[in-house]
Design a protein around this ligand. Structure first.
Ligand code: ZN
Length: 118
């Protein structure tokens, strides 16, 4: 099992701005635990322009990652400015026999939020 540091980003995509109007800015940094090997050594940063998910590094994973909106909902609902969450990848991994199993990657995510002054 390895953990890779992932970069962070400070801007919100249009979809997230619409869904969370009280959030002024957002910083997400995360580690992804990857059982087994075969992953590239480069880190992946969350780019809001590519969508609203944290990417899974497992190249066999389909529809994987962590949905940022689902991650943020309970945090924003209670107006927390910092939170750490551990989330399993939501994807499915295709095995060599063609069947699928849940992706085993786990995300450890630190979120920092600033809220719009009211
Ligand atoms: Zn995955």
């Amino acid at each position: 099992m390895t953990s890779r540091p992932i970069a962070e980003d400070l801007s919100l995509s249009d979809a997230l701005v619409t869904e969370f109007p009280s959030v002024e800015s957002l910083s997400i940094s995360y580690l992804q635990s990857t059982p087994g090997d075969g992953y590239p050594g480069t880190s992946v940063s969350w780019d809001p322009s590519k969508g609203d998910r944290l990417e899974c590094l497992n190249t066999a994973c389909l529809k994987g990652g962590v949905a940022i909106a689902a991650l943020l909902s309970p945090i924003v609902a209670t107006a927390q400015s910092k939170a750490v969450r551990k989330k399993p990848c939501s994807g499915q991994e295709r095995m060599t026999n063609g069947e699928f199993r849940p992706c085993a990657n786990v995300f450890m995510i630190a979120v920092e939020l600033r809220y719009v002054a009211s």
